[in-house]
Design a protein around this ligand. Structure first.
Ligand code: FAD
Length: 448
């Protein structure tokens, strides 16, 4: 490939602040809120024009369970708060037994999970970040770190005003794709993921049924095209798609996923039918993750001294409860950058566990809290007093360790709804997620 040399030029420093969060998905929102609540001045840089990331722009409006499927709440703190914020101004299908945030509920009540309306969630997230005094900068892409040894002093961003710099003491990378930690020189791993296309639709026949039932979720269901992850990383189906960390991969993904949608539309061309929404961000599950100083342990070792909270494979019922280590958010290569969300350190099936929305919010909360503590104590992330971090997280509702009741959980089956659901027929189910089997086969293109 040819190269050209750019002339060095001075760029304006727009802001000097305490904590910068790159990426305003649910993990980034949680990190920003947690840091702001610890008294930090926080700037959140987001490349789209909405908060929520995959959960809103990517149409993944299914907040998977925060209970263990045996009646016990596993995620408290911001993971629980954001679930309720996502449904604050519109419909939901949260079981009533969980509505008041109890610690437990009868198993028959169903899982502590919900679908939510995307515009209402976006507006509620705007309101939340404004109330917390967070400076959200939309339509702005992080492009490169300003380094001094192993420390990030600032970031260069690109937006309508051109190239500018933002400086801070601590950074949280919640870009989903590990853009900041990768460009700052940390070790990372990439993974190709499968093609999906989720969208909302209007179908007169389905609408009629939904109206009769008085169920808004059934009136405008969410349809799901593309492949489903069937076994987590290591499954051969996972290799069928593109790399979300290159321009070519992203464009290939868009071509494939929109191709699926167009084929579907042609097949269902009718005056009774229309699509009413389209994801505005590619629906990549896993792209690039940090290789941190530690990672999720899920083979036998359950108690983690430096746990920042419990996590579960949300779709398993009951779900085995694991503990996630603080060191999974950091790397020895960088003194002042934490990872949050679907890009935290975890290998194999661990990555699939850590990318579910509740786990993303948990690591966001832990990263934002740790960043604030490091600023206040004037220490690097490696020097951080982890016990003090744990005390703050626990005070703010996070469950650090498994309880006796959770220890016996062994998954017997997968929970209904979410991406584990593979109905044979595309019919309305409780969570209004459809899966077109034919399209699934077609996109595989004989590559199985
Ligand atoms: C098809 C699909 C189905 C799924 N199903 C479910 C499900 O049913 N339930 C569930 O709980 N989870 C599900 N997941 C997983 C879950 O949706 C995501 O893992 C989670 O929402 C990720 O949150 P995040 O904040 O870590 O990252 P993202 O949501 O990816 O947020 C990253 C944010 O960073 C921004 N950004 C990226 N790069 C830059 C940059 N350079 N500069 C500035 N901003 C940047 C992006 O615009 C985005 O807003 C699914 C995922 C997919 C793709």
């Amino acid at each position: 490939m040819n190269t050209i040399k750019l002339a060095q030029k001075e760029i304006p420093v727009v802001k000097e602040t305490d904590v910068i969060v790159v990426g305003g998905g649910l993990a980034g929102v949680a990190a920003a809120v947690a840091a702001a609540r610890e008294g930090m001045k926080v700037t959140l840089i987001e490349k789209t024009i909405m908060l929520g990331g995959l959960a809103t722009a990517g149409h993944v409006c299914v907040y998977l369970p925060i209970d263990d499927g045996a009646g016990h709440k596993v995620y408290g703190g911001l993971a629980e708060e954001l679930l309720h914020i996502c449904i604050k101004y519109s419909y939901d299908n949260l079981p009533d037994e969980w509505r008041d945030c109890p610690e437990s509920a009868p198993v028959e009540a169903g899982r502590y999970m919900t679908n939510f309306n995307i515009p209402a969630a976006v507006l509620a997230l705007d309101e939340l970040t404004q109330n917390e005094g967070i400076d959200v900068v939309f339509d702005t892409v992080f492009s490169e770190p300003i380094m001094e040894g192993k420390t990030v002093k600032g970031i260069v961003v690109e937006n309508k005003s051109g190239r500018t710099a933002y400086m801070a003491k601590m950074f949280v990378d919640a870009s989903g794709d590990a853009d900041l930690v990768y460009r700052a020189g940390a070790e990372t791993e990439t993974l190709k993921t499968i093609v999906s296309h989720w969208f909302h639709e209007l179908d007169f026949n389905i609408m009629k049924k939904g109206i009769e039932e008085g169920n808004m979720l059934h009136v405008t269901p969410l349809r799901w095209l593309g492949l489903v992850p069937s076994g987590g990383a290591g499954d051969e189906k996972m290799d069928l798609t593109t790399d979300g960390t290159t321009s070519e991969g992203v464009n290939e993904y868009i071509r494939l996923s929109r191709g699926l949608a167009l084929d579907f539309l042609k097949k269902h061309l009718s005056p009774d039918y229309c699509m009413i929404s389209m994801p505005t961000m590619p629906q990549f599950r896993m792209t690039r993750r940090l290789i941190g100083s530690d990672e999720l342990k899920y083979d036998g070792e359950y108690h983690i001294d430096h746990s920042i909270g419990c996590v579960i494979a949300s779709l398993d019922q009951p779900a085995t409860v694991y503990e996630y280590p603080y060191e999974g958010l950091i790397t020895d290569k960088l003194t002042n950058v934490l990872a949050a969300g679907r890009m935290v350190s975890a290998e194999g099936r661990g990555w699939a566990i850590m990318r579910f929305i509740p786990a993303c919010v948990l690591t966001g909360q832990a990263a934002g809290t740790a960043a604030a503590q490091a600023v206040k104590d004037g220490v690097t992330l490696q020097e951080l007093d982890v016990k003090k971090l744990q005390d703050t997280l626990e005070k703010n509702g996070v469950k650090l360790h498994r309880t006796k009741e959770m220890e016996g959980n062994k998954p017997a089956r997968r929970a209904p709804g979410g991406e584990g659901k593979r109905p044979e027929q595309p019919e309305i189910d409780r969570f209004c997620v459809h899966h077109e089997k034919d399209d699934n086969v077609r996109i595989a293109g004989g590559e199985h």
